[in-house]
Design a protein around this ligand. Structure first.
Ligand code: SF4
Length: 411
């Protein structure tokens, strides 16, 4: 029996697929070269953008045809779908989303929540890989209004620090030279371990004050002093990410990277750890999403343009030579020309090394889909996307790729 895994989406999905590999290998199966010689095809889906979701639907329907054709030749093929789509379906208590998946994807044999795979298997990594992907947390409590992740992956759950360090040590022993720590918001890592999952307030209401009384501050957790990030005068959650990052950096890897970090949880302690450990990445991914305060508020992002720029300056001052990459959404609900222009000017002043720019698309269950209008026309979104591509990404591409991209953008 052979299996083949197709992965859509981010590094977190890549890391999940490495554990799926391990789970199938543990059942005595072999990895197939492609769809055509596999008995089990696992599609690990992404729903962050509509485009990614549609690609998965297209592939799964083609695979259903392949399954029918294979059956005619006496070969059994089973299609298993996992990842974001299934996460949403299993968290939808009405059951409607799962029913919809069954009806539009009739060829699928099993919708498998990724949680079923768990962390019991040593991930199967490609032999040529030098960088080990190590998930440190899963899910997100932030509920940015455009984002489906809290509905696909659920609330943030941190892996025990001991397990993460053991995995990193094992990778070091096996010759890995680089590590990438993964989470939807790595710098809130540990808040649920310290406070207990039920005590984490969801950041929906900007008027709320967290940790009103300083006496509520936990000063010691298993010998570590939690980091409290102060944001807009409020205390945020206690986190352990600076401790974790330091411990991993001191294991002797040539490079230690992490993704993704939210600007509002990027603490002074974290900056100091990066500055003190030269093997920690000097290319920091810091998603801004928009450079306009009103749009940031509609997105439920917990920082202002001014705070974001101040953070960039603070990191630049402490970490010489640091570069920044970012995520930007153009054409978010009601984004005006002036609001977009604020994003453009922010990008001009930061000089991002690379930006992952996407045109806003409505995602199921999100507050933006429920309460706001996807009012910006597609051609306007495209113009804004192109303007930022030309500003940030094209100048940083190698010459041949610049020509190709310029042609594609009809410059
Ligand atoms: S921080 Fe916001 S954008 Fe990032 S995963 Fe959480 S909800 Fe989504």
């Amino acid at each position: 029996m052979k299996y083949y895994i197709k992965t859509f989406g981010c590094q977190q999905n890549e890391a999940d697929s490495q554990r799926i590999h391990a789970a199938f290998a543990a059942r005595g199966m072999k990895s197939a070269r492609g769809y055509n010689d596999a008995n089990y095809i696992i599609v690990n889906t992404c729903m962050v953008r509509e485009k990614a979701e549609n690609k998965a639907y297209g592939l799964i329907n083609n695979l259903s045809q392949l399954k029918t054709d294979a059956a005619k030749h006496g070969r059994t093929v089973k299609i298993i779908v996992t990842g974001c789509m299934v996460g949403v379906a299993f968290r939808d208590s009405s059951g409607k989303y799962l029913a919809r998946l069954h009806s539009i994807l009739p060829g699928v044999d099993e919708f498998m929540p990724i949680e079923e795979v768990g962390f019991n298997y040593e991930p199967v990594r490609m032999e040529h890989e030098q960088m080990g992907l190590v998930p440190i947390s899963n899910g997100c409590n932030n509920f940015c209004t455009f984002c489906v992740v809290p509905f696909t992956r659920g609330r943030e759950i941190s892996r025990p620090i001991k397990d993460i360090l053991e995995e990193c040590r094992s990778l070091k022993t096996r010759g890995y030279t680089a590590i990438m720590l993964l989470g939807q918001n790595v710098n809130s890592y540990g808040a649920d371990l310290i406070l207990g999952r039920d005590n984490i307030q969801v950041m929906r209401d900007l008027s709320k004050t967290y940790f009103k009384s300083p006496s509520k501050k936990i000063k010691d957790w298993q010998g570590m002093v939690p980091t409290y990030v102060k944001h807009l005068g409020r205390q945020r959650l206690p986190t352990l990410f600076p401790h974790l990052l330091k411990k991993v950096a001191q294991m002797g890897f040539a490079k230690v990277d992490f993704i993704s970090s939210n600007p509002w949880d990027f603490s002074d302690e974290l900056i100091a750890i990066i500055a003190q450990n030269k093997n920690i990445t000097r290319t920091i991914h810091l998603p801004v999403q928009s450079g306009d305060n009103a749009v940031l508020k509609r997105m439920n992002r917990w920082y202002t343009r001014q705070e974001y720029l101040a953070l960039i300056q603070k990191i630049k001052a402490a970490v010489p030579g640091v570069k920044f990459t970012t995520d930007i959404i153009v054409g978010f609900c009601d984004e005006s020309d002036e609001e977009f222009n604020n994003t453009y000017t922010l990008c001009q002043s930061v000089h991002f090394f690379k930006a992952y720019i996407s045109m806003y698309s409505q995602r199921p269950f999100t507050a933006a889909t429920k309460a706001m209008q996807d009012s910006v026309q597609h051609n306007v979104k495209k113009q804004r996307w192109e303007a930022l591509e030309k500003l940030i990404n094209i100048p940083n591409l190698p010459f041949k790729k610049v020509l190709k991209k310029k042609r594609a953008l009809s410059l």
